[in-house]
Design a protein around this ligand. Structure first.
Ligand SMILES: CC(C)(COP(=O)(O)OP(=O)(O)OC[C@H]1O[C@@H](n2cnc3c(N)ncnc32)[C@H](O)[C@@H]1OP(=O)(O)O)[C@@H](O)C(=O)NCCC(=O)NCCS
Length: 177
């Protein structure tokens, strides 16, 4: 699934009363709403300029989910980092998941899955050799989501979060997906 066009999540059965959720690229006008979702759903927050620099540098992999009123109810953002190659003197690109969140009342409807799927397709256009992320060791739900995308635990980063919690460092070998 690409990200140059919008994606739509239509609901049947259980959520038939709900209008489709749109997944599309983030714009500068969305940033305040993205920050609002982040501050409500995650303990890690960032200053405005940080979001803006991610949007300026990696716009194709910065996506939002919006409801029928075009209200932002989820987002995902990635950055691309250059690291020395293991088998040559070149540098290779690594995709690093910066943050993903879906508003509580919209969870468990496939929005996180669609955000991740579409953004992974977009970030892989940077000739990525691997995709990486950190997740709180207690964040069972997010770990389940990442495992769906074949991320596996590579190591533990002790005391990674400001409150002292450890992180799992999870990696997906981008070539195989
Ligand atoms: C993680 C998060 C983005 C998932 O969003 P979502 O829209 O609910 O995700 P989906 O509906 O696509 O579910 C994806 C998978 O996550 C897992 N999952 C989601 N909710 C779950 C729950 N309540 N219990 C167990 N597993 C759950 C399942 O594996 C699910 O796949 P499945 O439906 O095929 O079983 C959302 O829970 C969230 O915003 N959490 C707070 C922010 C956060 O922790 N971000 C990650 C920081 S590293």
């Amino acid at each position: 699934m690409g990200t140059d066009k919008e994606s739509r999540i239509n609901y049947s059965d259980r959520f038939s009363d709900i209008k489709p959720i749109i997944i599309r690229r983030c714009t500068q006008q969305d940033l305040e709403a993205v920050i609002e979702v982040n501050e409500k759903e995650l303990p890690e927050d960032y200053p405005y300029f940080f979001y803006k620099s991610i949007l300026d540098n990696f716009p194709e992999a910065f996506l939002v989910a919006t409801d029928k009123d075009n209200k932002v109810i989820g987002y995902v953002m990635w950055r691309v980092e250059q690291i020395p190659s293991m088998d040559s003197l070149r540098y290779v690109n690594k995709g690093h998941l910066v943050s993903i969140a879906v508003s509580q009342e919209y969870r468990r409807r496939g929005i996180g899955t669609t955000l991740l799927s579409n953004s992974i397709s977009a970030v892989k256009k940077h000739k990525i050799t691997e995709l990486v992320l950190e997740v709180r060791v207690s964040n069972y739900i997010a770990i389940k989501l990442y495992e769906k995308f074949n991320f596996t635990m590579k190591s533990v980063k002790n005391n990674y979060y400001r409150d002292g919690e450890n992180a799992y460092y999870m990696v997906q070998n981008a070539v195989t997906n």
